[in-house]
Design a protein around this ligand. Structure first.
Ligand SMILES: Cc1cc2nc3c(=O)[nH]c(=O)nc-3n(C[C@H](O)[C@H](O)[C@H](O)COP(=O)(O)O)c2cc1C
Length: 406
């Protein structure tokens, strides 16, 4: 059987982003962009004051959705209730920047604009990122309001110390958009309830580097983006993720083990598999490595050629078969070699095999997009060219499907 994966499902990935009237609202534009990159669908709700700083058009463009504001809420065609209802379907509400004024209203339960009304109507996790002058932030009224919100289960992100927009130094600067994105992902993971929730998932990513001498190596162009996307997706579904990678991986809410060579990756995977339920081998592991690893630097001298003797590297995937472990392999082939991928799936005995054609235009190694075919026990599911995060959603769906069938 074969078929197309369902097109980019919403999958409950809507995040409400409340923006209020502080200078830091310009950083919310970057936040919304980042949330889109993370695979979320941000829905921006703006206060009238926020619109004096950044026009709704900017947020509409970066979120790829209309902005909800008081103006549109009072229009007969849209309507207040419809707006609140739309907003209630979101999974997480984040208010960033959160002004002293809006925080006070949230603490008091005032609902005099669309955002504050939504804050009362919303039942999911709420995150606030305060942003204001240090004196406003340290005022007992603000301190008490933040305390009230925290006691009610709102996640109050700390502010940063430093230069403030008003020119003064002190606390009250909004945390970075990256930190807010992490908090949103944590909130999603905490609310997850599916087959991957609580499972330990080990993901490998990036191309390995095999040392020739102290400064040179044989490597490949793998960026690690596909593996990173799978790790991110598994995390959002509540998995305990360990990413074993050759690439830098900042801003991850899960464990990252940095490695360089195939041997190091094999050792790290062995260690991580002790309590793992799922292994996803998305790394581009070198097939060969130099026989000798010269301790110093090979000198050019007067030689015209240099021969580096290569030997096979360890087959990490082949070494990991054990009962109970759900294994996912990747096959990057030059050309539409589905037949070879099927043979690899059988030879490695993996539960899923993700095939991609490295010669296809604009996708695969190093790119932000991919086009894959997922070979499962019974199906071949095609995911046409799309973002790597959307591919990761399809892969995670199939892993969950496989775990369900166990
Ligand atoms: C130039 C300017 C900058 C402001 N910056 C902030 C700020 O960073 N934090 C804050 O709490 N209020 C700030 N305010 C005050 C808010 O805009 C004001 O309290 C407003 O009523 C907030 O409305 P809102 O919470 O509905 O968005 C600023 C006001 C102006 C005119």
């Amino acid at each position: 059987m074969s078929g197309l994966a369902p097109t980019a499902p919403d999958g409950g990935r809507t995040v409400l982003v409340g923006v209020t009237g502080g200078i830091a609202v310009y950083k919310a534009v970057e936040l919304v962009r980042g949330l889109v990159k993370d695979g979320f669908q941000p829905l921006v709700v703006s206060t009238p004051a926020a619109q004096r700083f950044v026009m709704p058009l900017t947020f509409a463009a970066v979120s790829q959705a209309p902005v909800l504001d008081d103006e549109s809420a009072w229009q007969a065609s849209g309507g207040w209730f419809k707006h609140i209802e739309a907003a209630r379907t979101a999974s997480v509400l984040v208010v960033a920047p959160a002004t002293a004024n809006t925080l006070a209203k949230m603490a008091a339960g005032i609902a005099d604009n669309l955002l504050t009304a939504i804050c009362l109507a919303f039942r999911g996790p709420v995150i606030v990122a305060p942003a204001m002058n240090w004196a406003m932030y340290e005022h007992p009224a603000t301190v008490a309001n933040l305390c009230t919100l925290a006691q009610r289960g709102v996640e109050v992100l700390p502010t940063e110390e430093g230069e403030l927009a008003c020119g003064e130094e002190g606390s009250g600067r909004m945390v970075s958009p990256a930190a807010i994105r992490l908090a949103v992902r944590r909130a999603f993971a905490a609310g997850a309830a599916g087959p991957l929730t609580g499972k330990k998932v080990v993901v490998t990513s990036g191309g390995t580097r095999e040392r020739i001498d102290a400064v040179r190596f044989i490597g490949n162009r793998s960026s690690g983006k596909m593996g990173r996307a799978v790790a991110d997706e598994a995390y959002l579904r509540g998995a305990r993720v360990a990413l074993v990678t050759t690439q830098p991986a900042d801003d991850t809410p899960y464990e990252v083990v940095g490695v360089e060579s195939a041997d190091e990756m094999a050792a790290a995977v062995r260690e991580q598999l002790k309590d793992a339920d799922v292994l996803v081998m998305a790394a581009a592991v070198a097939d060969f490595k130099p026989r000798a690893d010269e301790p110093g630097k090979i000198r050019r001298g007067d030689r015209e050629t240099l021969t580096v003797d290569l030997v096979r590297t360890v087959d990490i995937l082949a070494q990991t078969a054990r009962p109970g472990l759900f294994r996912v392999g990747f096959a990057a082939e030059a050309g539409p070699q589905l037949r070879r991928a099927r043979a690899k799936k059988a030879a490695k005995g993996v539960d899923l095999l993700v095939f991609n054609d490295i010669l296809a235009e604009g996708v695969g190694i190093g790119a932000d997009e991919n086009a894959i075919t997922i070979l499962t026990a019974h199906d071949e599911i095609e995911v046409p060219r799309t973002s790597k995060s959307a591919c990761a959603v399809a892969i995670a769906d199939q892993i969950e499907e496989g775990l369900r069938g166990r």
